[in-house]
Design a protein. Structure first.
Ligand code: KMH
Ligand code: ZN
Length: 278
């Protein structure tokens, strides 16, 4: 059985440090988190950064500093979020690529996002897709809705394959108002994937975190875990560190004969450019 790519999404843009003090928001906390999560079995980090006030930011200097620091201290594939927060302007979300990440998220359409709307019009997606190709950054296609699978096909048909020739998608399930975090919804999405897709992963928000992880592992998919998606380890027990979620994913994957994938194998799976400084 194939190994499992475990991605950790440690921070996100939604939780506040005041409410969740253990959320990693400073550069020091992010690097410490990256190191511990790599040790626990993660091969990729999906990164949102925070400013000095712990609020989400797309500051170019901080993004670059964060990418460089995590690259220097770990072998993790560094994926920057281009989703940012629902309040970030589209033009600024495109500038994330300036920080030269290995990978970037690319959400395949607009979606309900709790009480908000997460905006991803076709023109923005196309610009991001083409700029990622030009800058040799591998996109991870975030699918919050079944219609996003069709939007992914539209992008591939219009612009060809991404840099590296691989197509990796991540189903983000269980966002209130979007695709539910159920095995049935996930399997419907998997069944719709176009033939160009070479690997798929899934994450479940909140309560759907564990069931979606189990469903993905059983169906040959990869997994994303982390406090961006879920801060409860169990009923009444908050996650204290992201590595708890990575360790649990690694244990379950190993139990299912699909042990955590090495960073070297993950780099090959996703076709990322080697930007490591030796
Ligand atoms: N924070 C959400 C609005 C991504 O990182 O690309 C979007 C998000 C997706 O988290
Ligand atoms: Zn994100």
């Amino acid at each position: 059985m194939a190994a499992t790519l475990i991605t950790v999404a440690p921070t996100g843009a939604e939780l506040s440090k005041a409410d969740v003090p253990q959320l990693p928001t400073t550069l020091e906390e992010l690097v410490e988190t990256a190191i511990r999560c790599e040790q626990a079995g993660a091969a990729m980090i999906h990164l949102h950064i925070r400013g000095a006030d712990h609020a989400p930011t797309l500051d170019g200097g901080l993004l670059r500093e964060s990418v460089d620091a995590i690259r220097a201290e770990t072998d993790l594939i560094v994926q920057l979020s281009t989703g940012g927060s629902v309040h970030d302007p589209l033009e600024q979300r495109l500038t994330v690529l300036d920080a030269e990440p290995d990978s970037c998220s690319l959400t395949c359409g607009t979606t309900n996002f709790g009480d908000d709307v997460f905006l991803n019009p076709h023109g923005f997606m196309s610009d991001l897709y083409v700029q990622a190709q030009e800058r040799e950054v591998v996109p991870e296609f975030e699918l919050f809705e079944l219609g996003h699978v069709a939007a992914l096909s539209r992008l591939i048909d219009a612009h060809g394959l991404p840099f590296g020739g691989k197509v990796h998608v991540d189903f983000v399930t269980g966002v209130p108002g979007a695709m539910p975090g159920t095995t049935a919804a996930l399997m419907a999405g998997v069944a719709m994937l176009p033939q160009e897709v070479t690997s798929w992963a899934a994450t479940g928000i909140g309560r759907s975190h564990l069931p979606i992880m189990a469903a993905a592992l059983s169906a040959g998919g990869h997994v994303r875990v982390g406090m961006e998606d879920n801060i409860m380890y169990a009923r009444g027990q908050q996650v204290q560190h992201n590595d708890e979620l990575v360790s649990r994913a690694a244990e379950l994957a190993t139990l299912m004969q699909r042990p955590p994938m090495s960073t070297a194998d993950a780099r090959e799976l996703l076709g990322v450019k080697d930007r490591r400084v030796r």
